[in-house]
Design a protein around this ligand. Structure first.
Ligand code: DGY
Length: 423
């Protein structure tokens, strides 16, 4: 069975491979997405190391001068996606979006380097990427943490990767929709509308894009101008983990300055994360930086923190919390607690299970020694694939496949889960 699943995963990776980058899936997402590419590179590396490095190189070829790495690179025209380059208007030779995504690149580059069979190639490619990833991290702490709190804010729900999470409901509700012209969504032509964000949410997503576009995509202005500024513990944990991994890689490659700066970011991030701990929820929760209020929403964002080196007592509490959720959810880890009234098991990030999230949580909890819950998360992930194929996400109680099909990063994560004892 393992062999068969790995072969099917490999087929999906090839099918979605456009030579120098992969699309997440044909139709629904016809361009290169930032964190999709970084996580998918882990799967590509199992069969073709040079191709895996190219996936990340291609992404960083489109890094902005200020250090930001955009969330979408529109390599070729495709009218099947909205909002396309005409809406973003970022005025780049190869058009990109103007916002970013969870910065998992530092983790991915280190992982590719540490596993590489071709050591010479890995050293060369990692050395070239190191300053680029470091510049992205610097950009985050400069532009998204202007008051130097140690934690960065996202300024658009799409940046989180968890687009329509319950976490954003009240903040996105404050975003107006005036001046948003009528538009035709394309996502609901490729995927079941009941699995996607609502029209009201899309109008607010577009309002924010129009606001930033009006400010010329000047990142020295966007953070303070955005009415949507959220400190997401999961997003920050990914950044912190990437900083830690970049520091370790920089040490190996003799780049002392990058190593010490990255370590400083990680240390202050871990310390600051503690403010987001919620005893009542038994997990971390988000902070709305616009109002200064914590957001009382038990989403997977607070569990994803396990990916960073949080204190062992916190990792143990998160393992307990996931085990409790697992009493209701047949498949771990739902993106929102099924016991919450806002849970919706089919709708994108309001309940479904995502394998990339499972992978990052399992990776972090394994490092913290929480082996029992890790085994359950891995077993549930593999059962989902056996039952429902390589979907974008899954209902945590029925296992129903949701969103797009034949998904690149789902395939990559299956390869990771099934070969995890090899690294
Ligand atoms: C989408 O189009 O659904 C994406 O999540 C935005 O990046």
């Amino acid at each position: 069975m393992t062999h068969k699943l790995i072969n099917s995963a490999k087929e999906i990776l090839s099918e979605n491979d456009l030579g120098t980058y992969t699309v997440p899936t044909h139709g629904l997402y016809p361009f290169q997405w930032n964190w999709d590419s970084c996580l998918s590179a882990l799967g590509l590396a199992r069969f073709d190391e040079p191709r895996a490095w190219t996936e990340i190189d291609t992404l960083f070829e489109h890094q902005w001068d200020d250090g930001m790495v955009p969330h979408i690179i529109f390599h070729q025209e495709d009218s099947g996606y909205f909002p396309g380059p005409d809406v973003w208007q970022t005025r780049r030779e190869v058009p990109t979006s103007g916002i970013t995504q969870p910065p998992v690149a530092g983790y991915a580059v280190r992982k590719l380097f540490e596993r590489a069979a071709d050591r010479e190639l890995a050293a060369r490619r990692a050395r070239a990427l190191l300053p680029q990833v470091a510049a992205w991290h610097d950009w985050f702490f400069r532009c998204r943490d202007p008051e130097r709190t140690g934690l960065v804010a996202i300024i658009h729900p799409w940046e989180s990767g968890r687009d329509n999470s319950v976490d954003w409901d009240s903040a996105i509700g404050r975003v107006p929709t005036d001046g948003v012209p009528p538009f035709t969504r394309r996502d609901t032509e490729h995927a079941n509308p009941a699995h996607r964000p609502t029209q009201a949410q899309y109008e607010r997503y577009i309002w924010l894009v129009q606001l930033f576009r009006g400010l010329g995509w000047d990142n020295s202005k966007l953070h303070d101008a955005s009415p949507f500024r959220i400190v997401d513990p999961g997003f920050n944990a990914i950044l912190i983990r990437s900083c830690t991994d970049l520091a370790e890689l920089a040490d190996i490659l003799g780049e002392a300055e990058i190593a010490s700066k990255s370590r400083e970011y990680a240390t202050s991030g871990i310390a600051a994360l503690e403010q987001l701990w919620s005893e009542a929820n038994g997990q971390y929760i988000c902070l709305d930086r616009t109002t200064g209020e914590k957001i009382d929403s038990p989403s997977v964002g607070g569990l994803l923190t396990a990916f960073a080196a949080i204190p062992n007592s916190r990792a143990a509490a998160i393992a307990n919390r996931i085990a409790r959720i697992g009493e209701t959810a047949k498949f771990l880890v739902p993106s929102h607690d099924p016991a919450s009234p806002d849970f919706d098991g089919l709708r994108y990030w309001r309940g479904p299970v995502w394998l990339i999230v499972n992978y990052m949580i399992a990776n972090g909890l394994a490092r913290a020694g929480e082996t029992e819950i890790v085994s359950r998360i891995v077993a549930d992930s593999v059962r989902l694939i056996e039952q429902s194929g390589f979907a974008e996400y899954y209902h945590p109680i029925t296992g129903e496949p949701c969103g797009g099909t034949r998904f690149t990063w789902t395939a990559a994560m299956v390869i990771e889960f099934l070969t995890q004892n090899e690294t």
